[in-house]
Design a protein around this ligand. Sequence first.
Ligand code: OOG
Ligand code: MG
Length: 262
Amino acid sequence: MKLDLATIATLAERLENCELQAQDTTKITDDYPDMDWDDAYAIQDEVRRRKVARGARIVGLKAGLTSHAKMKQMGVSTPVFGFMADYYAVPDGGECRMSELIHPKVEPEIAFVTKAELRGPGCHIGAVLAATDFVMPGIEVIDSRYRDFKFDLKSVVADNTSAVRFVVGGQPMGVSGVDLRTVGIVLEKNGLPVAFGAGAAVLGHPAAAIAMLANHLGARGECIPAGTLILSGGITEAVSVQAGDNVTLRVQGMGSTSLRFV
Ligand code: OOG
Ligand code: MG
């Protein structure tokens, strides 16, 4: 750790206020170029602590930057992990208010729900599949608090990996009924297909993203509890949205989920 606790608290407050007030800011690594990974996750943990202290519940976890399309779009090479608060959840078919967001984008993802604890180190896709209750379509809305969506990995980790809203829905499916590598997805904006892919775009198999998350948490003495919802990361590049846009994700064999921006 390179930052002291007071600096971590100040940076967490700055980033969380940007989220709550829908305002952007400069990258925190511009001010603290020597901050390390532990600092970045400590800032994210402090953002989480602030929300929980105000009564929010943590309703899920996420992996991000798990596909080459996303890594290339953002100019980075390592997955990152974050959390989802209760008020990030949008009901299936529901609304996202643009006035609460800065410059949102949507990502097509496979959501996992676990039925057993997952604990690293040494977690692998076999363990993840054994512990998965079901998978279903999920759209993540990301909204980097950084100006023009430009960041480096430590800045984006501190910013809870740009998390802001998500929707899950469609037809939940057990993992024995589907090959998550070849499962196809279509993301539609206003009825037009705007991105296509297959599960293997995420680290060869979306369950590998969940294993990486378990191993990341294991290194910190934490685990993924049974009953956790986890977004495994955008399969394609993220797509910008504006007020009036209707977004639907169709996943092969799992129906669809959608949301609207108003
Ligand atoms: C970081 C979050 C990326 C994903 O699914 O890849 C992410 C960002 O691109 O702003 O959630
Ligand atoms: Mg995502």
